[in-house]
Design a protein around this ligand. Structure first.
Ligand SMILES: *Cc1c(COP(=O)(O)O)cnc(C)c1O
Ligand code: SF4
Length: 349
């Protein structure tokens, strides 16, 4: 599917041939509640003939989003309770989130911050709020790492990003600046020399965490955009969400993780989906997730193994939930299971 313009409405999706005219009015109801956007790059990845296309499923609205379950929450990971000033989330002592912008180039249908992101939200932090956020970081010497997320920080212009980096460069205790983004995949042409320069500051180490969920997202253009970042000295890690109908299959995940490693991106987190409103069609059980993740161990290189985590609802932070390979059997002995599932005594008899 070819489209030159960004898609920002159900009408745009219909004219691109990605939704049926007959379904438009019901989908408008979804889009009034949750923002819709696809870049031309993402639209072109969708096979319009496949109703179950994994790229479609991530970005094209679905009626199922109108089903909101009692356990779902507007603030699924409890950001609000840990926000001392606008734009900052400080949950762990040594690192903060800096949410400089609330817009994204694409809106993921499973987004954990779907109640906070979107064009109708408050856009970017005001200059006063940004100053207050930077003052907070400056005043807290325990902050070793600043994580720019949002929203997608790479939608900011190189000038605005550069201003933030210059301010952070002046704060001696901040050593690491990490950007969480989908831009290298969804808008690879944006990763140009100006943007790359803006992400770096002397004396600081920059990491870019790339969010991608299906191997087809790692197109040749996306891989080149990442190569430009890595060649410039920026370290990259990956972040994916385990999603029903997208990547809930060991073979698909294996291919995704290999695509990251081939692109010099170290697989970092595989998130269990959060309890965001209207996302139950994406969720599997933790048991199902553990089963899939355990199949990766024997299948792919250690370099390709992500850590399977759950952000505990309510703001308690992340927990590793991958199946433990080791079980205590008493008297200082253990049973350890290998990648085939066979148990072995440790220490051996
Ligand atoms: C996820 C998260 C982080 C980052 O956690 P890492 O384990 O370092 O990737 C930091 N702060 C908040 C509030 C988070 O939700
Ligand atoms: S890019 Fe991230 S913040 Fe933006 S819609 Fe997707 S999951 Fe949400």
């Amino acid at each position: 599917m070819r489209t030159e313009r960004a898609i920002k409405s159900i009408d745009d999706l219909a004219s691109a041939g990605l939704v049926d005219d007959a379904l438009k009015s019901k989908l408008e109801e979804v889009s009034r509640r949750y923002a819709v956007a696809l870049t031309p790059t993402v639209a072109s990845l969708i096979d319009p003939a496949d109703p179950d296309d994994p790229i479609r499923r991530q970005f094209v609205p679905d009626f199922a989003e109108l089903d909101i379950l009692p356990e779902e929450r507007d603030d699924p990971i409890g950001d609000h309770n840990h926000s001392p000033v606008e734009g900052i989330v400080h949950r762990y002592p040594d690192r903060v989130l800096l949410k400089a912008v609330h817009v994204c180039p694409v809106y993921c249908r499973f987004c954990f911050r779907r109640e906070m992101v979107g064009p109708q939200g408050n856009g970017t932090l005001t200059p006063e709020d940004l100053k207050a956020a930077l003052d907070y970081i400056r005043a807290h010497e325990e902050i070793w790492e600043v994580i720019l997320t949002g929203g997608d920080p790479l939608v900011l212009s190189p000038r605005r990003l550069g201003e933030i980096m210059v301010a952070l460069a002046d704060i001696a205790h901040v050593r690491i600046v990490r950007f969480h983004t989908r831009v290298p995949v969804v808008e690879p042409q944006r990763i140009d020399a100006d943007l790359i320069a803006a992400l770096q500051a002397s004396g600081k180490t920059t990491y870019v965490a790339l969010h991608a969920n299906h191997p087809r997202e790692l197109t040749p253009d996306a891989r080149l955009a990442c190569a430009r970042l890595v060649d410039a000295g920026i370290a990259m890690v990956s972040q994916s969400v385990l999603l029903k109908g997208v990547n809930d299959d060991a073979a698909v995940l294996a291919e995704l993780m290999r695509a990251f490693v081939e692109t010099r991106i170290k697989p970092y987190y595989l998130h269990h989906p959060d309890l965001a409103p209207g996302t139950s069609h994406f969720r599997l059980t933790i048991d199902e997730g553990r089963q899939i993740v355990s199949e990766l161990r024997g299948r792919i290189s250690g370099l390709c193994q992500p850590t399977y985590i759950l952000d505990i609802p309510g703001g308690y932070g992340k927990a590793v939930i991958g199946e433990g390979a080791v079980r205590e059997t008493g008297g200082g002995c253990y049973s350890v299971s290998d990648f085939r599932g066979t148990e072995h005594k440790y220490p051996p008899d």
